[in-house]
Design a protein around this ligand. Structure first.
Ligand SMILES: C[S@@+](CC[C@H](N)C(=O)[O-])C[C@H]1O[C@@H](n2cnc3c(N)ncnc32)[C@H](O)[C@@H]1O
Length: 279
């Protein structure tokens, strides 16, 4: 018992394990994630509808989106942005490894008679010879990735971008890092049965890595017949650190905002949104 508890409470090295697929593709968890995406009561998986509408209106004006604008939406989920962008006339490609979300997005496109190219794939493995005018990765999706994975993604963005194209994405800021505390909690059916339809005990250990500005929510889910560890990493950024990462991949940040709806940048914002171009 001591050894089990010791393992649960052990702090791994930053980004030592990547388990995003459990969070987004597990049969039980992905069903609840889709419900969160579609719910206007929670910001857990997607932001609320009013924000998404505002964000798409801002992007449409800022990037002059219209007929023939080629957009790649990485981590598109159920297509809440992709659908709206396609309704503006854009040619949209959405990439996501959640089959449940991609199925939902495809059905929504069919119902609205929108021609959206939805690709069910791990975006770290996405390859294409096509070029895009706009690449989006919305809701801090760069933050769970390790430095090496982020380098892969940013290199990909650079290669996929038209010479005049833009990248727009958001990341967690250092305010997110500073507001979080280390904790260790547990509960039966932790998060009201979110992790499994079976009975389980769930442990949540939150670790902070001061030097790297990384947060880890580590979940250990113990069922009668299996134990799973889910690592939810969040890399937090300053404007300088995100700028440096982009520059290291041949991209240049040209604008900072507080969110992907074009809200002017504020030092107290928990997120930083950026617009980048090829360097
Ligand atoms: C926080 S949600 C945001 C969804 C969407 N951008 C939005 O704001 O409504 C993150 C999305 O990224 C997807 N995702 C996470 N890691 C991925 C990976 N390695 N490859 C493909 N999709 C991934 C998840 O399935 C999920 O749909």
């Amino acid at each position: 018992m001591y050894d089990v508890l010791q393992k649960i409470n052990t702090r791994p090295r930053p980004f030592e394990f990547y388990t995003a697929e459990i969070l987004w593709t597990d049969e039980h968890i992905s069903r609840q994630m889709l419900a969160f995406h579609l719910s206007d009561d929670t910001d857990l998986a997607s932001r609320k509808k009013a924000f998404i509408d505002k964000s798409v209106e801002w992007m449409t004006t800022r990037f002059d989106i219209g007929k023939n604008t080629r957009i790649a939406d990485f981590g598109c989920g159920p297509g809440l942005y992709s659908t709206r962008l396609a309704e503006k006339g854009a040619e949209v490609t959405g990439i996501d490894f959640s089959e449940r979300s991609i199925d939902y997005a495809r059905k929504a496109a069919e119902e609205k008679q929108l021609n959206i190219d939805y690709i069910h794939q791990d975006y770290l493995e996405f390859k294409s010879d096509r070029k895009f005018d706009l690449i989006t990765m919305i809701y801090c999706d760069l933050c769970p990735l390790s430095p090496w994975q982020r380098k892969v993604m940013l290199g990909k963005f650079r290669d996929l971008l038209d010479d005049e194209g833009f990248v727009v994405l958001d990341v967690c800021s250092l305010n997110t890092f500073n507001q979080k505390n280390e904790t260790a909690t547990y509960g039966r059916k932790l998060l009201d049965g979110f992790w499994s339809s079976e009975d389980y005990y769930g442990f949540l250990n939150t670790f902070k890595y001061e030097e790297e500005k990384v947060i880890l929510d580590k979940y250990t889910i113990i069922e009668k017949s299996r134990t799973r560890e889910i690592y939810n990493w969040i890399q937090c950024f300053s404007r300088e650190s995100i700028r440096k990462e982009f520059e290291g991949s041949g991209l240049q940040i040209i604008e900072f905002y507080s969110d992907v709806a074009g809200t002017p940048y504020r030092d107290d914002s928990t997120e930083i949104a950026i617009v980048a171009k090829k360097a």
